[in-house]
Design a protein around this ligand. Structure first.
Ligand SMILES: NC(=O)C1=CN([C@@H]2O[C@H](COP(=O)(O)OP(=O)(O)OC[C@H]3O[C@@H](n4cnc5c(N)ncnc54)[C@H](OP(=O)(O)O)[C@@H]3O)[C@@H](O)[C@H]2O)C=CC1
Ligand SMILES: O=C(O)C(=O)CO
Length: 322
C-alpha cells in the first residue's frame, strides 16, 4: 500500500521528520530560515495528502483548489491568517493549529517587550555600547513606571490572559476589551471589561493580542492612537496587520504616544530602513513571541501529531473552528 505524502515547508529536526516517516512519505523544503518559494509550494500541493506549514507560507484559494489529495493543513502556530480557511472548508480540508502550548512563552516575551519599552532598555544598551555614558544625571533615560500602571489588553484570549496575569504581579490595574466579556477571567485576575475607547483613553500600556482578521485589520489606526494618552506605550505581539504602521509612526514622532514595543510587522522581515526603526522610542523584535526552545519543540511535535491524526482518519486535537 502506498503511504500518504506529507510536504513540510521548512527544515525540521530529524526526530520530527522520523515520526512522520513511520507512516508517511515526507518531502521537505530543506532550508530552516528561508520560506519555501510559492511556486514550489504550489507544485508540492498538487500531490500532497498533508501540509506541515508555518506562519510565513501563504496557503491561498488557488493552491488549495489545485490540491486534489489534500486532507489536512497543520500549521506550526496558533495564528492561521496565512491560510484561506473558507477555501479549505469548502473542500473539506481540515486545518489544525497549536493553541495554548505557546501562550505562556508568548506572554513572557510580550511582557519583556513592555518592560523594555517602558524602561528604555534598548536605548540604555546603545548608550553603553557607544561609550556615551557620562556622569549620573537626574533625568537621564527616565522611563515609565510599570507597577500600579493601567494595562489595557485588546484581545483577552489565551495569550492576553497570560499577559494580564503577569501584570497582576506588578500590581497593575488590568482592563480589557473583547467582542464578548469573560466573567471567569474578570473574577480570577480582577480584570475589568471596558469599551475600546475607554481602554485607549485611560491605559498606560495598550497591548493588542487579537488574531488578525478582516475585523482587526488596522484596528489601531490614526484615530485610535490619538485617543491614547501621550504618556502611553503601545505593545503589539499579535500580527502586524492589526496596526496602521504609518499612523503609528506619526503618533510616535508627534509625541501622541510615548513609545511602542513591537514583535510583529505588516511585512516580515521588516526592512532595516523602515521609518519605524529610525525612532528611538520603538523597541522592535523579529517575531519571536513563541521562540523558546522548549515551546518550539512542543509546537513542532503537536503539528506532526495533527498530521498523523488527520491522515489516520482521527480528529486532530486542535482543529481551527470557523
Ligand atoms: N508574536 C508571536 O510570536 C505570536 C503571536 N500570536 C498571535 O496572537 C493571537 C492570539 O492568540 P491566542 O491568545 O491564542 O488567541 P485567542 O483566540 O485565545 O484570543 C484572541 C482574543 O481576541 C479577541 N478578539 C477577536 N477578535 C476581536 C475583535 N475584533 N475585537 C476585540 N477582540 C477580539 C477574542 O475574543 P472575542 O472573540 O470575544 O472578541 C479572544 O479573546 C494569534 O492569533 C496570533 O496572531 C500568537 C502566538 C505567538
Ligand atoms: O503561533 C503564532 O501565531 C505565531 O505567531 C508564532 O508562534
Amino acid at each position: 500500500m502506498t503511504k500518504p505524502y506529507v510536504y513540510m515547508t521548512r527544515k525540521m529536526p530529524a526526530s520530527i521528520v522520523e515520526k512522520l516517516e513511520a507512516e508517511c512519505d515526507v518531502g521537505m523544503w530543506e532550508k530552516e530560515e528561508e520560506p519555501v518559494p510559492e511556486e514550489v509550494l504550489e507544485k508540492e500541493l498538487q500531490t500532497a495528502d498533508a501540509l506541515f506549514c508555518t506562519i510565513s507560507d501563504p496557503v491561498n484559494k488557488e493552491n488549495i483548489n489545485q490540491a486534489e489529495n489534500l486532507k489536512i493543513i497543520a500549521t506550526m502556530a496558533v495564528g492561521f491568517n496565512n491560510i484561506d480557511v473558507e477555501a479549505a472548508a469548502a473542500r473539506n480540508i481540515q486545518i489544525a493549529h497549536t493553541p495554548g502550548v505557546l501562550s505562556e512563552t508568548t506572554a513572557d516575551l510580550t511582557f519583556a517587550l513592555l518592560m523594555a519599552a517602558a524602561r528604555r532598555i534598548p536605548e540604555g544598551i546603545e548608550v553603553i555600547k557607544n561609550n556615551e555614558w557620562g556622569a549620573w544625571a537626574p533625568f537621564f533615560l527616565t522611563g515609565q513606571d510599570i507597577h500600579q500602571a493601567r494595562l489595557g489588553i485588546i484581545g483577552m484570549g489565551r495569550i492576553g490572559e497570560a499577559v494580564a496575569k503577569r501584570g497582576t504581579g506588578f500590581d497593575m490595574d488590568i482592563v480589557y476589551h473583547n467582542r464578548s466579556r469573560k466573567p471567569e477571567t474578570e473574577k480570577e485576575i480582577g480584570a475589568r471589561y471596558v469599551e475600546l475607547d475607554e481602554l485607549l483613553e485611560t491605559s498606560d500600556f495598550v497591548c493588542v493580542m487579537t488574531p488578525y482578521t478582516n475585523e482587526t485589520h488596522h484596528m489601531m489606526n490614526r484615530e485610535a492612537f490619538q485617543k491614547m494618552k501621550n504618556t502611553a506605550i503601545f505593545i503589539n505581539s499579535s500580527r502586524g496587520g492589526t496596526v496602521d504602521e504609518e499612523a503609528l509612526f506619526e503618533a510616535l514622532k508627534n509625541g501622541d504616544i510615548r513609545g511602542a514595543g513591537l514583535d510583529v510587522f505588516e511585512n516580515e522581515p521588516i526592512s532595516a530602513d523602515h521609518r519605524l526603526l529610525s525612532l528611538p522610542n520603538v523597541t522592535a523584535l523579529p517575531h519571536i513571541g513563541s521562540a523558546s526552545e522548549n515551546t518550539r519543540w512542543k509546537m513542532a511535535e503537536m503539528t506532526a501529531n495533527h498530521i498523523l491524526q488527520g491522515l489516520r482518519g482521527e480528529k486532530p486535537d486542535h482543529l481551527v473552528s470557523l
